[in-house]
Design a protein around this ligand. Structure first.
Ligand code: PLP
Length: 367
């Protein structure tokens, strides 16, 4: 009360949480919100109906706890992924953020570290903090790329318990070559490092970009994480999952809260998977808009990064907070990820993309 700057300061917080701020992409009410990489297309009507029916069919049994092992959902996720996976290889949780948290709860923790290569997903250090795992910020090249040799050298140097590889990387947008994943796994052999490839945006990859799912065979500590929050247009449902060797999935049972996946979540995800073709129908259109953003920003003299995702990271040739505010004044919310001179924008519908590009032109002319 006596310190309005930090109202939490009077609480007996854990020492390592003092002065921290929560994850906070602004949730502003704007015409065109392109700041959190959601699929901006609404859920199609046939999927809305299917979800409604499935949820209705479990509603009368909501007096009971859900299937703790969500076996039907794991089977459906395995079928969706293919690659010879079965339900024993699959685990799911409330978003891939919870997936990553459970992995750190099981394999990280006090006295252990997680290595990732920055700039990367801003939640990794926060998940490390919450689980008492030391976060090690590995280095990328000045152009934000990451090569196999450098990555492997850093893994050997730090001997982390866990490595997070984000591919395509958020916020930069580019997918990793599989030889990087392979080299990191090899380098971690000596210390039994668990290697997690976060493929939240895999469905948007340019053709010819293979998934790390193809590397699972014979690698007992490789984990490939996915989500329904992006391509599946189901960010509100909170469903993330991973594929790995069966013992890794079994280990999650040690740390998950009992009944962590509600019956409503399971029903929603099952209905969505049954209609995945309908849900994923917007992916090609989003990729078209993404490629359009890359081409038009380059034509305006800005420098967009190659993107395998549904967003574009670009050097804006000026102060990023100034352009961010200018775009917001035009009704377009993008993301300032805190990298000087750069912004990130989600590829939305054709109309949203047009609004963004129009706003960029207006801001550039105003200078
Ligand atoms: C958006 C995103 C996720 C998804 O998180 P959910 O909890 O599944 O919504 C995971 N990883 C990265 C890199 C992301 O950008």
């Amino acid at each position: 009360m006596n310190s309005p700057a930090d109202p939490l300061a009077t609480l007996p917080l854990r020492d390592d949480l003092r002065g921290m701020s929560p994850y906070g992409a602004p949730q502003l009410q704007v015409e065109v919100a392109l700041n959190t990489n959601e699929n901006t297309h609404p859920v199609p009507a046939d999927v809305v109906d299917a979800i409604g029916e499935r949820v209705r069919s479990v509603a009368a049994q909501l007096n009971r706890y859900p299937d703790r092992d969500f076996t039907e959902l794991r089977r459906a996720l395995a079928n969706y992924l293919g690659h010879g996976l079965t339900e024993q290889n699959i685990w799911a949780a409330n978003g891939s953020n919870e997936i990553l948290q459970q992995i750190l709860q099981a394999f990280g923790g006090p006295g252990r570290s997680v290595l990732s290569f920055v700039p990367t997903y801003s939640m990794y250090p926060l998940l490390a903090l919450g689980t008492g795992t030391e976060f090690i910020a590995g280095r990328r090249e000045p152009d934000f790329s990451l090569g196999a040799e450098s990555a492997a050298r850093q893994v050997a140097e730090h001997a982390p318990a866990v490595v997070f590889l984000c591919s395509p990387n958020n916020p930069t947008g580019t997918a990793l070559d599989l030889d990087v994943v392979d080299a990191v796994y090899e380098a971690g052999e000596a210390h039994s490092t668990v290697v997690v490839v976060d493929e939240a945006y895999a469905e948007f990859s340019r053709s010819g970009t293979p998934s790390a799912l193809t590397l699972l065979e014979g690698r007992p500590r490789l984990v490939v994480s996915r989500t329904m929050s992006k391509a599946f247009a189901l960010a509100g449902a909170r469903l993330g999952y991973f594929a790995a060797a069966a013992p890794v999935a079994d280990a999650m049972r040690l740390v998950r809260l009992p009944y962590h996946l509600s019956s409503v979540t399971q029903a929603t995800a099952l209905a969505a998977l049954e209609h995945h073709e309908s849900l994923l129908a917007t992916v090609e259109e989003i990729k078209t808009q993404r490629d359009r953003i890359v081409a038009e920003l380059a034509a305006l003299g800005l420098t967009p990064a190659t993107s395998d995702s549904n967003f574009v990271f670009f050097a804006c040739g000026q102060d990023a907070p100034t352009l961010w505010q200018g775009l917001l004044d035009e009704g377009v919310l993008v993301r300032d990820v805190g990298i000087p001179g750069h912004l990130r924008v989600t590829a939305g519908t054709e109309a949203e993309t047009t609004a963004f590009l129009t706003a960029v032109r207006a801001c550039l002319h105003r200078e």
